[in-house]
Design a protein around this ligand. Structure first.
Ligand code: BGP
Length: 458
């Protein structure tokens, strides 16, 4: 039997835009997803959009009961900026204040620790129309929004989070076209990344001004970059891939400064962002109290096979190729590699290079397409998910024994939820959602998770 430390948190993560849904008269404003779906529904799997998510907005009381039934001692969700301030920087929506206070109170009443994220890929559309994160005005609007959240909800929130996976909207919005504005523009992408970091640091500052005792962190998707081989060119490729994918936010968020090599590379490509005097000092002074780490799959890279065409737009892949390791273990239902050892490597990296800062595994989980085929005796028998979690927990446990400062494990996710362009394609929940009836049915993993939490191990 593997036992976790006392008070280790067991729970799940979701986000506002992926679970709440919209209701006529709820006064929520559009965010970039609402807008994108309205002009290009064909991009979304089965044309299911952000309005038709898992109806948490109307069913939250019952859903919070399901948290208890699946053994949660912690729960993470996000506030939708466009619900609280429909145009991003103006009037506050009183219905949203009421909704979030009820939800947060409901979590607390059930004895569950509450983590609240301020931003999960969901920029209010009015701000996007004015240039979005490329513009410094968005940073200031976010600061005001964050400040408002701290004033309105701090009494109910145990831990705050500034951003979820901030590198993802940069990559997907400005290089790979999976998020709006879906352009290819490295200069804008770097500016967006920089502004997001600045906004995060400003939120840390504001949070501590409202309540110096309160912990605020950032959630990063921290896959280590594994080189194909120990050939110096492969090792270099991995080092640079990690600069772009992890250290671009990890270093300024935890250490308060950017890695020199990243700055040099951006300079070489004439991609340094605009910044103002005082910004770097602010970033230095307002580092996070803890980290959230999301981990699904490792990043494997090799030295680039070809030199980039001089006229081609800049991509980080100028420095590395993605690499498929022969014999890798796969989640065939999602097409992602499974590499449990990655959790241990992340933990050691944080322990060794980031002052062993406190952290929580805030997302880990197994997406499965067509999961209804595993239904037997009325519910989904997702033994593969239980095995997936066990495999990762063994590595996490080993790292904790070796001194890693991890305080909890949050699975993605509790009820199957909507996932951006993938919509409901890949199911991750401990609880199945029937999209037609909105019925919730606990999966085998949900019952198992409760036992895991009660026994604080397995
Ligand atoms: C993470 C995001 C989540 C969720 C998850 C699963 O990166 O933070 O919001 O979407 O990935 O992703 P997918 O549904 O694409 O498999």
């Amino acid at each position: 039997m593997i036992h976790f430390p006392e008070n280790f948190l067991w729970g799940s993560s979701t986000s506002g835009p992926q679970s709440e849904g919209r209701l006529a008269g709820d006064k929520k404003g559009d965010n970039t997803w609402d807008y994108w779906f309205s002009i290009a529904p064909e991009k979304f799997h089965n044309q299911v959009g952000p309005k038709d998510t898992s109806t948490f907005y109307t069913n939250f009381e019952k859903d919070l009961d399901l948290l208890v039934q699946t053994g949660h001692t912690a729960f993470r969700t996000s506030i939708q900026w466009s619900r609280l301030i429909p145009d991003g920087d103006g009037e506050v929506n009183p219905l949203a204040v009421d909704f979030y206070r009820k939800v947060f109170q409901g979590v607390k009443d059930r004895g569950i620790e509450l983590l609240v994220n301020l931003y999960h890929f969901d920029l209010p559309m009015v701000l996007e129309e004015q240039g979005g994160w490329v513009k410094r005005e968005t940073v200031l609007a976010y600061e005001r929004y964050a400040q408002l959240c701290f004033e309105l909800f701090d009494d109910l929130v145990d831990r705050w989070i500034t951003f979820n996976e901030p590198i993802v909207p940069v990559e997907c919005g400005y290089f790979y076209q999976y998020h709006y504005p879906a352009v290819i523009d490295a200069e804008a992408g770097v500016q967006v990344a920089y502004h997001t970091q600045l906004a995060s640091s400003l939120a840390v500052k504001a949070c501590h001004q409202v309540n110096p005792e309160k912990k605020i962190g950032i959630v990063l998707n921290l896959t280590p970059a594994y080189p194909r081989s120990q050939h110096p060119a492969d090792v270099k490729a991995a080092r640079i891939a990690e600069l772009f994918q992890a250290k671009s936010f990890l270093d300024p968020s935890v250490k308060g400064s950017y890695p020199e090599e990243l700055v040099e590379i951006l300079q070489k490509h004439d991609l340094l962002p605009d910044y103002e005097e005082g910004d770097l000092q602010l970033i230095k002074e307002h580092t996070v109290d803890y980290l959230g780490v999301n981990y699904y799959q490792p990043l494997r890279v090799a030295a680039p096979k070809f030199q980039a065409h001089p006229e081609s737009p800049f991509f980080p892949e100028y420095y590395y190729d993605h690499y498929e390791m022969p014999g890798r273990k796969m989640n065939p239902h999602r097409g992602w590699e499974i590499y449990e050892r990655g959790v241990h490597d992340i933990a050691k990296n944080i322990q060794r290079d980031y002052g062993n800062i406190e952290w929580i595994l805030t997302e880990n989980g197994m997406g499965v397409e067509g999961e209804e085929k595993f239904r037997q005796d009325g519910f989904i028998q997702d033994d593969y998910r239980i095995d997936f979690v066990k495999g990762h927990l063994k590595e996490l446990h080993k790292a904790i024994q070796e001194g890693a400062n991890c305080k909890g494990y949050l699975i993605w996710t509790f009820i199957d939820c909507w996932s951006w362009l993938n919509s409901y394609k890949n199911r991750y929940g401990l609880i199945e959602l029937d999209l037609d009836t909105q019925e919730r049915i606990i999966k085998k993993s949900g019952y198992w998770f409760k036992k895991l939490s009660q026994e604080n191990g397995f």
